[in-house]
Write a protein that binds this ligand. Structure first.
Ligand SMILES: *[C@@H]1O[C@H](CO)[C@@H](O)[C@H](O)[C@H]1NC(C)=O
Ligand SMILES: [Ca+2]
Length: 175
């Protein structure tokens, strides 16, 4: 009996450690998204957190604002998290250059006035990874500063820093 318990504990620890690298939880999926304006109803802010990374706007899974200054998209994570990586899937069928200069901001201010943790500098990549270096906050915003622009996001994924394996484990079963 003791042997089995020890074995199960070992298997669980191994499982947690492999999960840490293989299958981190995308915490964006349980948040709520809003944006500066919505070009068409099907291009609403939630399309960027629907779990579908299709980068063709016509497939109906990208958010798309009108021409705003600044254009912004904001995710409310509902509670404070340490944010590790933010992964952005840009629109690819057209107009990917519109995202150039977009800032990822993380913090507790609900009006996008949070510290910048990364800027989009290369729009030829469909998938853009921004490292937020464990900045803590309830809100993750993508803002295009300084010009009138259209903001399109086909998916935004948010991950906690990869060393918080306990949070990932309990996050999986606690929600
Ligand atoms: C931008 O990304 C593309 C595709 O990954 C790459 O080929 C190119 O070298 C990058 N440009 C810069 C300036 O980093
Ligand atoms: Ca999507």
């Amino acid at each position: 009996m003791k042997c089995i318990v020890v074995l199960l504990v070992c298997i669980s620890i191994g499982w947690v450690h492999s999960r840490k690298f293989l299958d981190q939880v995308n915490i964006a999926r349980s948040g709520e998204a809003t944006q500066s304006s919505t070009f068409r109803p099907e291009y609403n802010a939630a399309a960027a957190i629907d779990g579908n990374t299709d980068s063709n706007l016509k497939m109906g899974s990208c958010s798309h604002t009108g021409k705003d200054n600044p254009a912004w998209w904001r995710l409310d994570l509902k509670k404070r998290y340490k944010v590790g990586r933010v992964v952005i899937v840009n629109r690819k069928d057209c107009c990917s250059e519109r995202l150039l200069g977009a800032e990822v901001r993380v913090g507790d201010s609900a009006d996008n006035n949070n510290p910048v943790c990364g800027t989009v500098t290369n729009v030829s990549k469909e998938t853009i990874v921004v490292s937020c270096e464990e900045r803590e906050g309830r809100y993750v915003s993508v803002v295009i500063p300084g010009r009138e622009e259209t903001l399109q996001l086909c998916e935004v994924k948010v991950y906690e820093p990869s060393d918080t394996s306990e949070e990932i484990l309990f996050g999986r079963f606690g929600r």
